[in-house]
Design a protein around this ligand. Structure first.
Ligand SMILES: [Fe+2]
Ligand SMILES: [Fe+2]
Length: 271
């Protein structure tokens, strides 16, 4: 199976880039399964239901979220009826939506998509490690599901790597989100799980993690309440990872970075 994961979509320029690039990348890389983290799609904060519909229409099979999951409150009723929209699984019990979803592809294969959130330099939540272990025990990769994809939304690289190694061999791909900067540590771990500690964002890199640079920098200079941040609106780089898996085991054969458009150096795997 060929999987494409795209990192945090930031604002209008990020949404437009995903709408333009995702169908193209699906075709070019012969993608079977595409997942997009869209926690910043709505002006940098949250995801409005109509934006989720647009991303699904660009042929995302699932959408993941993060700490900005509820910034657009309209998403709360929408997520309850949209199983392919996955929020972090370690929110308190009773939180609307689900932290995991078995997504059926057009060809009938099933993929388990999960989203967990880190706790280092993040809001206090239930333990993402224990929550993930419980959820994974309900499925069998290579059996009930052909592949398992986990978006680990966190700030700290150490926690992300610890998470990756903890579930090595139990997932096809564990990819980090939230920092908005693509890391260069993509690898297939010893047990066969593809890993990259951060996918990067789908947003304008002439910015501070996707937000207009002057306003964002001013917050560091002046310790006063600043103006509300607005997303940068230059051309976005679409950042993500491409993974090829073995359907029998669900394990990864390779992982390659994807960066297209905008300011970052361009890279595209050959298939
Ligand atoms: Fe983000
Ligand atoms: Fe985030």
């Amino acid at each position: 199976m060929r999987i494409l994961f795209l990192g945090d979509v930031v604002g209008r320029t990020g949404r437009e880039a995903v709408a333009a690039w995702l169908p193209k990348l699906r075709q070019l890389l012969r993608i079977d399964m595409a997942v997009v983290n869209a926690e910043n799609a709505s002006h940098g904060f949250g995801l409005a239901p109509e934006m989720a519909r647009e991303i699904f229409a660009a042929w995302a099979d699932a959408i993941t979220l993060g700490n900005h999951a509820w910034d657009r409150k309209e998403l709360i009723p929408f997520i309850a009826e949209t199983p392919r929209l996955v929020r972090p699984l370690n929110f308190p019990p009773g939180t609307p939506g689900s932290g995991s979803s078995v997504v059926a592809l057009r060809d009938g294969r099933k993929v388990l998509v999960m989203n967990a959130m880190g706790r280092l330099y993040m809001d206090a939540l239930d333990c993402p490690f224990r929550a993930t272990a419980v959820e994974l025990s309900k499925h069998r990769m290579g059996g009930t599901v052909a592949a398992v994809l986990i978006d680990f939304h966190g700030e700290a690289t150490s926690e992300k790597m610890a998470f990756g190694h903890s579930f090595d061999g139990q997932a096809s791909l564990i990819v980090g989100t939230h920092t908005h900067c693509p890391s260069a540590d993509h690898m297939v771990l010893a047990g066969g799980t593809a890993f990259q500690s951060d996918a990067g964002m789908c947003g304008d890199y002439d910015s501070v993690i996707g937000m207009q640079k002057d306003l964002a920098a001013a917050r560091f200079w002046r310790k006063l309440p600043g103006e509300r941040l607005h997303p940068a609106d230059g051309e976005s780089t679409v950042c993500g990872v491409f993974v090829e898996t073995n359907d029998t085991t669900g394990l990864a054969l390779r992982i390659e970075p994807v960066r297209q458009g905008g300011r970052l150096s361009q890279t595209l795997p050959t298939v």
